[in-house]
Design a protein around this ligand. Sequence first.
Ligand code: PMP
Length: 361
Amino acid sequence: TTTRPFNFSAGPAILPEVVLEQARDELLNWHESGMCVAEMSHRGKEFMHIASQAESDLRELLGIPDNYKVLFLQGGASSQFALIPMNLLPPGGCADYINTGTWSQKAIGEARRIGAINIATTTEESRFTRAPAANELTLTPNAAYVHYTPNETIEGVEFPYVPATGNVPLIADMSSTLLSRPIDVKQFGFIYAGAQKNIGPAGLTIVIVRDDLIGKAPANTPAMFDYKVHADNGSMYNTPPTYAWYLAGLVFKWLKDQGGLTAMATINQRKAALLYDAIDRSDFYHSPVDPAARSWMNVPFTLTNPALDKPFLTQAKAAGLLALQGHRSVGGMRASIYNAMPEAGVNALVQFMAEFERTQG
Ligand code: PMP
């Protein structure tokens, strides 16, 4: 029973309302500790409990095998763009990158500063509106790793499959898709995500890394940039982002209450289908993305008449539908419908779109 508007921001994004309410209720005095979580020592027993509970809930949700470490880091996914090649791309080696959009390109740009990379394929010729077919990938035998972006947040393009890379470790930037559905962690060597979409507030970055990929950084790597340092210290080599870690833990509990990731996948697929159907049914709205690669989380769409963009956004806001403006590089609209967006929010958007078309079309 929300009285708040529906927030379609791509990130930082909507959080489950019950999580915010719980955080509010616990703000001044967490579990009779007399402290706000933000005031606790990260090494005290209260926070150690919060931290390990969050990790075990995340492990349960994703089915993370024991030979993977979970790291709770700072610096955003953008830091991982650099840390991954710093740790995992040896001198004289080569890494493969699949280029499917803005965030792949950012990862590629950072890797190029560190070492040699090969572009396994690019979908730029389609203006990043599709996912490459498996047979379009030119993979380097013995590459240090293959990096890809399963969900391109800006273009709204999602891989409908996990690339097969044999013995070469697969690295995935899951910033805008982690926890949207079950995944088979074993298919990946390394998974990372900025928290501010599907996990919690900004300031926390989740890394899930297979043991054999830890400890490969050159000896002169600064401690904060070395995964082994973070893994050996339980993500507490320095002060971790404690409050964000706590809120992420509340989100993990909430996901378990919803029935876990299988249940979330059903809901997310239904929400996305509702919105894409509304777009496809009408000549007034248009989706630029190949139907085979449409994201469940980020839904870009345009108005056939761009002169109506401004009135659309103004009236949407007045109707309680926030942050629908598309990324400046793509234009048009984008509705991000992460886990925390209730189905009622998507329903309200679809109804608004039909009403806007009726009155302005
Ligand atoms: N990768 C993807 C897929 C993203 O969506 C984003 C954030 N929009 C980033 C990386 C960058 O994340 P951060 O701002 O946490 O560095």
